[in-house]
Design a protein around this ligand. Structure first.
Ligand code: DP6
Length: 353
């Protein structure tokens, strides 16, 4: 045994790391899918059954700070200043394990996250949350990742987070089916989709900001396992995606909206046919959908999409956003209505780079 062996650091001690930041803060925005992600072909790797396409918003950012805590025996998490435990902490800690594995560093971390969107209400807080966490954690642990690698990493936290890495419109590639896990992981990430000339707004009618009864994770699992409508929807969604890309290329808002609306209604049909059924659409949701139909009859190009919750997001030309917002406010006087536009990419905060 070497005489100086006691000078060697214990295995779990922090190692000096040239690229390591020790702490970093990132901001990311939610995204709303126009072609939906619904169903996983691999739960552990978070590989989707279908490609999806979304718009990142300019409202409801999540700001997340990750600080390495070499002295701590476990990770900690605060959400909006309150300590989080249980499943929420477990999910964040499992995500940090992936970052630690990639970085080859063992330290635990303290994660502080502030959402400006109601958590768990089908307004994509997990998308902005895991996108911000991916960017902040990668920097804190000294990983230098490009946007594609950030997107792949964010995907492991929550599938839709892969798209919030990018500004504006983004497509998340399911990747080709392959038995090789590394190959599958490498092939599934989001990338920006050009949509020059489209000047859209997304008017969001929050009819119920409370947490949902069934998580989207559980609902998509049940749909895939039991819904006879799932496979037909997945097939038609591939056609929707191709048509959506073409509509975005020619800045055809009417076509973009029509395709988005039918894709979302189809997704909800798959859930309604699951056993037991998952129904996120509430009476107030249908009232808003009636309002959208009336707007179209009145000549306004307005199209609805809904996620794993009762809230409705209405795509329309930016110039019509206030008119659409007025109509939706009148339809659901107890709800709240906000106007979003295409938003920025996830980023590290200045001074943290
Ligand atoms: C309905 O990304 O929240 O919003 O990967 O299980 O975390 P997990 O699911 P999540 O699902 C979002 C589903 C959706 C549609 C979409 O955003 O594409």
């Amino acid at each position: 045994m070497r005489a100086d062996h006691h000078l060697a650091p214990p295995a779990a001690a922090p190692r000096p790391h040239p690229g390591g930041q020790e702490h970093a803060t990132a901001v990311a925005h939610p995204n709303i899918a126009l072609i939906k992600y619904w169903g996983k072909r691999d739960e552990r790797l978070v590989l989707p059954r279908v490609d999806s396409l979304s718009m990142t918003l300019d409202i409801f950012p999540t700001t997340t700070r990750v600080r390495l805590t070499p002295e701590a025996g476990h990770d900690t998490l605060t959400l909006g200043g309150r300590p989080a435990q249980g499943e929420t902490l477990r999910r964040v800690s499992a995500f940090l394990d992936l970052v630690r594995q990639q970085a080859g560093r063992p330290e635990h971390a303290a994660v502080d996250s502030h959402n400006t969107v109601p958590t768990g209400a089908g307004l994509a807080s997990s998308a902005s949350g895991f996108a911000a966490l991916a960017v902040a954690a990668a920097a804190a642990y000294g990983l230098r990742l490009d946007a594609t690698a950030h997107s792949r990493l964010a995907r492991r936290g929550s599938g839709s987070a892969s798209r919030s890495i990018f500004a504006g419109f983004a497509q998340w590639h399911a990747g080709p089916p392959t038995a090789d896990e590394d190959e599958a992981d490498l092939a599934s990430y989001a990338e920006p989709v050009p949509a020059a000339g489209l000047d859209p707004a997304l008017v969001i009618a929050v009819v119920n900001a409370g947490p949902k009864a069934v998580s989207s994770r559980e609902a998509m699992r049940r749909t895939l396992d039991t819904s006879p409508l799932y496979e037909p929807w997945a097939r038609s969604s591939a056609d929707d995606l191709r048509e959506m890309r073409a509509a975005l290329r020619r800045a055809d808002l009417e076509a973009v909206g029509e395709i988005a609306e039918r894709n979302a209604l189809g997704m909800h049909a798959t859930m309604l046919a699951a056993r037991p059924a998952v129904r996120y659409l509430a009476p107030a949701t249908l009232t808003v959908l009636d309002g959208v139909l009336q707007l179209r009859k009145d000549g306004v190009r307005a199209y609805a999409t809904m996620d794993a919750g009762p809230n409705v997001k209405v795509l329309c030309p930016r110039a019509d956003a206030e008119r659409v917002a007025r109509t939706l406010r009148a339809a659901v006087p107890d709800g709240s209505v906000l106007v979003a536009r295409p938003g920025p990419a996830a980023r590290l905060l200045p001074g943290e780079r």
